[in-house]
Ligand binder design. Sequence first.
Ligand SMILES: Cc1ncc(COP(=O)(O)O)c(C=O)c1O
Length: 358
Amino acid sequence: MSRPTWLEIDTAALQHNLKRVRTYAPHSAVLAMIKANAYGHGLKETAEALNDAEALGVACLQEALQLRAAGIKQTIVLMEGFFTADELLAIGENDLDVVIHHPRQLEILANQPPTKPIAIWLKIDTGMHRLGFLPQEVDQVWQHLITLPWLKGKPKLLSHFSDPDRLEKSSTLAQFKCFNDCNKNFSDQRSLANSAAIIAWPETHFEWVRPGIMLYGVSPFADREGADFGLEPVMTLHSQLMAVKQLQKGETIGYGGTWACPENMPVGVVAIGYGDGYPRHAVNGTPVLVNDHKVPLVGRVSMDMLTVDLRTQPNAKIGDSVILWGKGLPVEKIARNADTIGYDLLCKITNRVTRKKR
Ligand SMILES: Cc1ncc(COP(=O)(O)O)c(C=O)c1O
């Protein structure tokens, strides 16, 4: 028998969530963000399930090549463009779209013009201050790009919001206005909205939306859950009880002895830990599902195990099912208990956790 710790990926939920995106943004094409191994869900499987999306967004060439090698034919956009000149050949050969965000990339393109047509997305920094040309540079860069003989089609324009999940902040509208102001005369293919903006800022949808976290069934808003927006969780993290112990009042559990039993009680040991990607900083009381019943995490999470209070489940036994997040237990809840965000937890599941497609 092998270690009973596994990840269930529900591809029907992915397809359902893509439909939810289309309900929120009925007039926009979808550039589905599947970077970082599709937020931990598996690049190839996710791309296959999202074959209805008009394009797929990855961070780098390596991810795009994995998709092409798996036979994925959709448009693939390198969201960070290329890093070095030697990537250009593979970009052309594999028909990948690139984001151009920095003068350094223009220099590389001038010194080593691509030999095959390449489609470009021109990124504007409207206030995130991470990647992109400044609004006042866009005109000049655009005029330069459209003269390039290898350019495939007209460039598309994109920008990225810094706080679309904070509805009280005016920066989203300022970024929207800035994007509008600089693209007026150029492209009719524009993209600004990620998940939070798809849900909360319909005026920002333009021709292309870029959903990430909502495709995986998770809320982009810290105080809400995916179900609030009709989304279904795609990833469910499963394990089992590998030991059940009766401890005495006052006995402590795990490293540092940070939790002491308030009475004589049963404690369950679950076969999962931070070596699998469960957050080490999850606090006492973080919910865990044992046989579909919520019980609290107690004691420190260790590398391969964690411990739960079984007082409300006195009949629980070795081999009983445990869910750490996913169906029946939103990952957003665990994230709040571990002082992080759902994105972070989804991306961090390690390779030793077996993956099963549903
Ligand atoms: C440029 C860009 N667009 C879209 C997204 C998707 O964002 P979200 O997962 O919040 O929908 C990301 C994610 O980080 C991104 O970097």
